[in-house]
Design a protein around this ligand. Structure first.
Ligand code: KIV
Ligand code: NA
Length: 276
């Protein structure tokens, strides 16, 4: 399996749409790669769907690097992008470069993702100039959702939409190789997609983007705290997993499991010697 490259992804602008999915560990990354997924994102959604935090703000660099390492070991073909966690790129440009460098050097990710538009563009440009590919992320940006008025659709007014177009252009100018558009109206996402030369990856941004991304635990039905309207649940594994665990518990209690088939034997004479 030949590893995808950043130019491969850029070239998909007017080609086959890009399929991106999150993963946070080895088995799920391996499953995504086996399915032919193009981009595996180690999202800071890690904090919510895997670590059980109420939001993404408390996720640390150490946690992102730790999980990135596991994902990278599971992937052969897909590009691996890791979210820069809140606080790792907003204090200063040198700190942002250092942290982005750590994600590539220690985590072995192929690229980083950063939330923010026009105001983050200088930081994005500095990271790109340091040799680190950056995926942008605008619209609903969970790290700053409180300032945006919660988890709601962005860019619904002409004025807000114009700002998002400017954000997209600033990120393109800064050197991003693609941009995630989260929770914005479909017509606006389609317009932004036409106006910039790099691929747009939508999540709650309609079918007019150059690709799509979803959180894997939403897709497989393994996160039940809340499910946004834009999620499509392709399978619900939570129920069958709980059923299997309950059956295991009952079989342990009733001595139905394990049977001889799951056990190791010993020569009877050895057992006799032991008991003599
Ligand atoms: O953290 C994440 O999973 C993300 C995607 C939903 C785009 O940022
Ligand atoms: Na994220």
């Amino acid at each position: 399996q030949k590893k995808l490259t950043i130019p491969d992804l850029r070239n998909r602008k007017n080609g086959t749409p890009i399929a991106e999915i999150t993963a946070y560990d080895y088995p799920w990354a391996k499953a995504a790669d086996a399915a032919g997924i193009d981009v595996v994102l180690v999202g800071d959604s890690l904090g919510m769907v895997v670590l059980g935090y109420p939001d993404t703000v408390s996720v640390t660099m150490e946690e992102m690097i730790h999980h990135t390492k596991a994902v990278v070991r599971g992937v052969e073909r897909a590009l691996v992008i890791t979210d820069m966690p809140f606080g790792s790129y907003n204090s200063s440009i040198p700190a942002a470069i250092n942290n982005a460098t750590r994600i590539l050097k220690e985590g072995r990710a192929d690229a980083v993702k950063i939330e923010g538009g026009v105001t983050m563009a200088p930081t994005v440009a500095a990271i790109v100039n340091a040799g680190i590919p950056v995926q942008g992320h605008i619209g609903l940006t969970p790290q700053t959702a409180t300032s945006l008025g919660g988890f709601k659709v962005q860019g619904k007014s002409a004025q807000a939409a114009r700002q998002l177009l400017e954000d997209a252009r600033a990120l393109e100018e800064a050197g991003c190789f693609s941009i995630v558009l989260e929770a914005i109206p479909a017509p606006l996402a389609e317009h932004i997609t036409r106006e910039i030369s790099i691929p747009t990856i939508g999540i709650g941004a309609g079918p007019g983007c150059d690709g799509q991304v979803l959180v894997i635990h939403d897709l497989v039905g393994m996160y039940d705290r809340f499910t946004p309207k834009f999620v499509k649940q392709y399978i619900k594994i939570n129920g069958p997993v709980i059923e299997a665990l309950a059956q295991y518990k009952a079989e342990v209690e009733n001595r139905v499991f394990p049977t001889e088939a799951h056990s190791f034997s010993m020569k009877p004479e050895e057992m006799d010697k032991l008991l003599r």
